[in-house]
Write a protein that binds this ligand. Structure first.
Ligand SMILES: [Zn+2]
Length: 457
């Protein structure tokens, strides 16, 4: 009988050989490293059991090579997984980086990077999904990653303000815009009013638009033209969103203090734009500046106007704030919910009673919080619904109305509401916010640089 190894690692053949050559039972095959065995033991197809005397084979198989005694041979081990993705990421990557110079095109830069014309076209197409390539500027950086074999893997275009456009080339091309998180920096300045607040701010290197914010807040309280004679002390603290040295958003006032004729006016703005700005005089709360929609555009004022739907001149009984559908609407003063429901042309309405004679009405709402019910107490700044266009409305807006003894009044000159809002804020919370702002301000000014306190947005 002539015997051949049918394949490397077929134990049955080895056993048969041992039998034939009469090796002693104590003979041992040198151990094969496990990893190698795993690969070499793999077999493409199940083996046929050779016709052999079963009894001695079983005995020897057990002692010599450790075969499964219950059958002829254990299940062939599974072929080790060959993970293509893993291999791809483990392969070396070549990275090329360059910068657009004046007059250079993206295509020529990518050509310098060694990319073929079809690859360059694919890169341009991918980047254009997230960035208008006509706005490319000299100085923009491009990074190109290719596999060792030259296959395009990833391209990153760095544009203004730390923004990056990343295109990844795999089975599918994926492009995304990576916008870094800015730092929120608190800044402070102290100055003396010269000719006007606007001029003073501009010369003190403080955003001059704060003059508008101050006028809005102190309007009706301080007449800037009449009361300011020069020499008044003005202190401001504001927030800037920065990326490195770059201010990337409109700065927002956080605290202001102005001394006019021995009276100290202080304003505290909410940090998150959700609450109400509060005005203090000599440390006592003067009024709360409450708006039903934050930062919305006043689209129609109170009084006679040509009706936008019916075309005739009618009395407009409130003011309109144009805002996107779904924008939150807030109570402007504390009170009790007196009505929730539909009122003809007003659409979906919420009404709040402030004491016995004053009522505010919020109309055209798209929705009202389910939890809100008639009789509920609300505070100034509590959400009571969302902007919509229910009833007679040409587009999403909030119609906001103030009625005193049932008669509509101009919400913008309604002092009683402001007083009601202030009454609600005459609590330790408002004064604590004032104390916090004062402390923050002096803390900032005590440092030589007016910039400190970095925090995440
Ligand atoms: Zn209206």
């Amino acid at each position: 009988m002539k015997l051949r190894y049918p394949a490397i690692g077929i134990a049955g053949a080895g056993v048969a050989l041992a039998l034939l050559l009469g090796f002693p039972a104590s003979w041992k095959i040198a151990p094969v490293p496990e990893a190698l065995a795993a690969v070499s033991n793999w077999q493409p197809a199940p083996l046929q059991k050779p016709a052999m005397p079963v009894q001695p084979l079983t005995v020897f198989a057990h002692t010599v090579v450790g075969l499964d005694t219950a059958g002829w041979m254990a299940e062939p081990p599974a072929r080790p997984d060959f993970d293509l993705a893993l291999l791809k990421t483990a392969l070396p990557i070549e990275t090329w980086s360059g910068t657009l110079s004046a007059g250079e095109t993206l295509d020529s830069l990518l050509s310098t990077a060694g990319l073929s014309a079809p690859d360059r076209a694919e890169v341009a197409l991918a980047l254009a999904a997230e960035f208008d390539l006509r706005k490319l500027k000299p100085g923009y950086a491009v990074e190109v990653e290719t596999s060792f074999s030259g296959t395009l893997r990833r391209v990153v275009l760095s544009v203004d303000a730390g923004v990056q456009i990343e295109a990844v080339f795999a089975d599918e091309v994926a492009t995304r815009k990576i916008v870094p998180e800015p730092d929120l920096v608190l800044r402070a300045a102290a100055t003396t009013v010269e000719t006007s607040i606007f001029v003073t701010l501009a010369s003190a290197d403080v955003p001059a638009r704060f003059a508008v914010d101050l006028a809005e807040m102190l309007g009706g309280t301080v007449d800037f033209r009449r009361d300011l004679k020069g020499g008044e002390r003005l202190q401001l603290m504001w927030r800037e969103a920065t990326l490195g040295d770059l201010v990337i958003r409109q700065p927002r006032l956080s605290f202001a203090a102005l001394t006019v004729d021995e009276a100290l006016y202080e304003i505290v703005w909410p940090d998150d734009n959700s609450g109400n700005a509060t005005i203090f005089v000599d440390g006592e709360l003067l009024r709360v500046f409450a708006q039903p929609v934050k930062g919305a555009r006043l689209s129609s004022v109170y009084g006679n106007r040509r009706h936008p739907v019916f075309g005739d001149v009618r009395m407009h009984t409130g003011v309109d704030f144009a805002a996107p559908h779904g924008t939150p609407v807030y109570a402007t003063a504390p009170g009790r919910i007196s009505f929730i429901g539909r009122r003809g042309g007003y659409g979906r309405v919420v009404e709040i009673a402030h004491g016995s004679d004053t009522m505010t009405r919020y109309a055209h709402l798209s929705s009202v919080p389910e939890a809100l019910a008639v009789g509920d107490r609300v505070a100034a700044g509590d959400p009571i619904g969302r902007v919509g266009a229910t009833g007679t409305a040409t587009g999403p807006n909030l119609h906001y109305e103030v009625r005193v003894d049932g008669r509509p009044t101009d919400p913008m000159s309604e002092e009683r509401l402001a007083e009601a809002a202030s009454a609600a804020e005459t609590n330790p919370k408002a004064l604590a916010r004032l104390e916090d702002s004062r402390a923050q301000f002096s803390g900032l000014l005590d440092q030589d640089v007016a910039t400190a306190m970095s925090e995440r947005l």
